[in-house]
Design a binder for this molecule. Structure first.
Ligand code: A3P
Length: 306
């Protein structure tokens, strides 16, 4: 198992944002561009695609447990989630690149993670007609989660103050670009690419079991009720937060003194960050950008109904 991000925690590690084919990116996700674009997907690969902070790790753990939880429990207790599910475009000094880790995977299927907007996905995934699971999360909770992530992750650009971070999010000046373009781009793709399962973080919170059933039928697995029940238990927020193989605490470039990777895991935490003015401004801007009435997000949920 690799010791991820061996470099010492140091803010000089933080990367600058730049425009890359019309999308804000940092070099840690573009330096290996040619190898990423030439990556050879296999027909049974499953690509897990998300905008950052949508619950990528959560759905990665679920899919990993669904496929391999019964055959090898050692896998879950001894291999970190970022080794079980390589981050395809990641290219950080001193650690294996995402493409190398994916090439080395011996599992079938291979589970591979990407934060790419749809137009950046290597063509072999489409050619091989791979299954793709896209997980989306509402914009307000995504930006709050992203803010705390950028505070604690020394490979991310300096987040600055909350208010300026929120402005930049609305302008799409985040690593992996605009949330609005990302969720819409993948939503449109779903109309022409049938092997894309588009799911929502809020639905996972509401009923993990129901979403697990949908995933099972999408990937063509019929798991026993007992197995599904044990997965639901293992991927509960507190259990994942306490699980070293899932909570990213082994990544030294993440400063857990600033914030935890598994921070709150809630729908509606944005209310503790947005001022009334920020919320009004955000909503107006949101309406202008999110014009497709078929793509709807929930920014709050009645917890008592869950
Ligand atoms: P918060 O920062 O709002 O807590 P990603 O894996 O895409 O980086 O997403 C991380 C976000 O997903 C964090 O959100 C994290 O707490 C949340 N998350 C991870 N596992 C979760 C779980 N089992 N249940 C609910 N939320 C979870």
């Amino acid at each position: 198992m690799q010791d991820f991000f061996l470099s010492k925690m140091d803010s000089s590690f933080r990367a600058e944002l730049f425009d890359f084919h019309g999308v804000s990116m940092t070099r840690y996700f573009t330096d290996n561009w040619d190898n990423v674009q030439n990556f050879q997907a296999r027909p049974d690969d499953i690509l897990i695609a998300t905008y950052p902070k949508a619950g990528t790790t959560w759905v990665s753990c679920i899919l990993d447990l669904l496929h391999f939880g019964q055959t090898s429990s050692e896998r879950q207790t001894s291999i970190s989630i970022y080794d079980r599910v390589p981050f395809l475009e990641m290219s950080v000094p001193s650690v294996p690149k995402g493409t190398e880790l994916a090439d080395k995977l011996v599992t079938s299927p291979r589970l591979i993670k990407t934060h790419f907007p749809v137009q950046f996905v290597p063509k072999s995934f489409w050619e091989q007609n791979c299954r793709i699971v896209y997980l989306a999360r509402n914009a307000k909770d995504s930006v709050v989660s992203y803010f705390h992530f950028d505070r604690m992750n020394m490979a991310e650009p300096e987040p600055g103050e909350w208010s300026s971070f929120l402005q930049r999010f609305m302008q799409g000046k985040m690593v992996f670009g605009s949330w609005y373009d990302h969720v819409n781009g993948w939503w449109k793709k779903k109309q022409t690419y049938s092997k894309l399962h588009y799911m929502f973080y809020e639905d996972l919170i509401e009923d993990t079991g129901r979403e697990l059933d949908k995933l099972c039928s999408f990937v063509g697995l019929s798991s026993s009720d007992e197995h599904k029940k044990s997965i639901i238990g293992m991927v509960q927020f507190d259990n994942m937060k306490n699980n070293k193989m899932a909570n990213h605490s082994t990544i030294s470039i993440m400063d857990f003194k600033i914030s935890h990777f598994m921070r709150k895991g809630k729908v509606g935490d944005w209310k503790t960050h947005f001022t009334v003015n920020q919320n009004e401004h955000f909503d107006e801007d949101y309406k202008r950008k999110m014009t497709d009435p078929t793509l709807e997000f929930r920014t709050e949920m009645d917890i008592s109904a869950i």
